[in-house]
Design a protein around this ligand. Structure first.
Ligand code: HXC
Length: 257
């Protein structure tokens, strides 16, 4: 296909992106990240896609940024964007993204999962921020998103010791939506994605934006955003259809308008 470090597939309104550098446990090098961003932005711009599943292999979602590629770069290299100049593209996606994590999600791999809206974990998943072992710290948002997900004290233990946590602990801690048997992970993730993709796309965009606001703004700002967005949703055809369908006791047929 078009890509060398990822695979892509479309089933109905659901797109799947599979990280595919098995020889390096899906370590995030510049090729993989630029392909991932290009594919994700392409699906995001396509109104026929209503949800994206992001997954890796059974052994690794991603074992972090590629240490061999990154190790000898300079401060200026990193300041200029390092191997990942277009990284922020992933954080601007409007389409809901479901991370389906099996095996290692370490460093940048854990951080990539945390940029997604939902994290489903296989029972063999292992999450961690081991950058401290390399003489550095998380660089794709881990020091900010992990405390918001699991609280200050557990995040501090993980970031300062480099310890990995398993799927059960991750679910207990609020990092993971749900744990499923490894063999069922992709099927479950696609079911969730399918359920989401059937909803009104404009409604999904604003619901995702409101959830992001909850992470990024003070409560009063987030509530203002929600009130505006809720009112604005009444300008869409899909809101009229959704409420009419309820009154008529039938399934809504959203036009994504
Ligand atoms: C480059 C990696 C890699 C990585 C694994 N590999 N992780 N290469 N970068 N992050 C490669 C190994 O070198 C090896 O290649 C092959 O994948 C298989 O890995 P092994 O180590 O042999 O497997 P195993 O013994 O099972 O150990 C698995 C592991 C370990 C515990 C996940 O690989 C590991 O600790 N990896 C590094 C995890 C890490 O520190 N991640 C954080 C990176 S920093 P060969 O060629 O020898 O077979 C980061 C910063 C993000 O993510 C922010 C950036 C801006």
């Amino acid at each position: 296909g078009k890509y060398t470090a990822i695979l892509t597939e479309v089933n109905g309104r659901v797109a799947t992106i599979t990280l595919n550098r098995p020889e390096a446990l899906n370590a995030l090098n510049s090729t993989l990240v630029s392909e991932l961003i290009e594919a994700a932005l392409g699906f995001d711009a396509d109104p026929n896609i209503g949800a994206i599943v992001l997954t890796g292999s059974e052994r690794a979602f991603a074992a972090g940024a590629d240490i061999k590629e990154m190790g000898s770069l300079s401060y200026s290299d990193m300041l200029l964007g390092g191997p990942f100049p277009s990284w922020e593209g992933f954080e601007r996606l409007r389409t809901p993204v479901i991370a389906a994590v099996s095996g290692y999600a370490l460093g940048g791999g854990c951080e990539l999962a945390m940029m997604c809206d939902i994290i489903l974990a296989a029972d063999n998943a292992k999450f961690g921020q081991p950058e401290i072992n390399l003489g550095t710290l998380p660089g794709f948002g881990g020091s900010q998103r992990l405390p918001r997900a699991v609280g200050k004290y557990k995040a501090a233990e993980l970031v300062l010791t480099g310890r990995q946590m398993g799927a059960e602990e991750a679910e207990r801690s609020g990092l993971v939506s749900r744990v499923v048997p490894a063999a069922e992970l992709l099927e479950e993730a696609r079911k969730v994605a399918q359920t989401i993709a059937e909803k009104s796309l404009p409604a999904l965009y604003v619901a995702k934006a409101a959830l992001q606001a909850a992470q990024e703004t003070p409560l009063a700002e987030g509530l203002k955003f929600e009130r505006q967005a809720f009112a604005a949703s009444f300008a869409t055809e899909d809101q009229k259809e959704g409420m009419r369908a309820f009154a008529e006791k039938r399934a809504a047929d959203f036009s994504h308008r």
